[in-house]
Design a protein around this ligand. Sequence first.
Ligand SMILES: CC(C)(COP(=O)(O)OP(=O)(O)OC[C@H]1O[C@@H](n2cnc3c(N)ncnc32)[C@H](O)[C@@H]1OP(=O)(O)O)[C@@H](O)C(=O)NCCC(=O)NCCS
Length: 214
Amino acid sequence: MSDDNATQPAARSPQPFPIVRRAVQADAPGVARVVARAFKDKFHPAFGTEEKAIRALTPYVAAEMTRRGNYVFVATVGAVVVGSVSVSTQKSFVSGVAGMFYRAVGFWSTVRALVVLSFLSDPAPAPDEAYVEVLGVAPEYQRQGVGRALMIAAEEMARGLHKQRLTLYVTANNRAAQTLYLSRGLRVQRQTPSIVGWLLFHAPGFWRMEKRLA
Ligand SMILES: CC(C)(COP(=O)(O)OP(=O)(O)OC[C@H]1O[C@@H](n2cnc3c(N)ncnc32)[C@H](O)[C@@H]1OP(=O)(O)O)[C@@H](O)C(=O)NCCC(=O)NCCS
């Protein structure tokens, strides 16, 4: 007699789909972890190790959540943050960044990080613009629809704020993100080559992309 368990494929529980919601302060360590890992190409040159990047980014992310005109979203599976994105509507600054980094990783790592990260500063959004920043998904959750779900949340936020345009920058060789943005209706406005980007982040330049929301 055959053994059913041996012949039938094991029943697979479906992968739980992440919930997307506004971030709260308690999410800061999880967001820092996702960002440090998803943007390894940026934060490894800045901090040297993933562990240092997470330590330094945790207080920074918590402060970013309270920055004026900035809306942070997370995707979670259970209690775990698996992705994050920010929608910025005005230029405002997190104060005391040097102090935060210094307390987390010490003097020389702070100097290094501030120099490297100064090349990644974001532009000031215009009044009709919602600017998408740091969309990142934990590597083990990529290609499961999390990035798309976060982009939908970002766009809904922008529409809710009555913005006319959704904008962002993406590095010129980031095919995964470019494909996602094109599929969401963003179009390339201009392409800018960057020698510094190439030397520091192996990114030969960046694209400015935009979607009209009206
Ligand atoms: C870019 C990123 C956020 C995409 O998130 P994700 O959850 O993996 O994306 P999704 O699963 O929602 O994919 C949506 C669509 O994007 C495109 N896409 C995503 N990853 C892709 C890849 N590696 N190659 C080609 N297309 C890709 C596909 O069209 C995909 O749809 P499909 O799976 O039905 O074909 C993720 O790869 C990431 O965190 N990368 C590192 C950080 C980063 O580069 N962020 C963008 C900064 S501008």
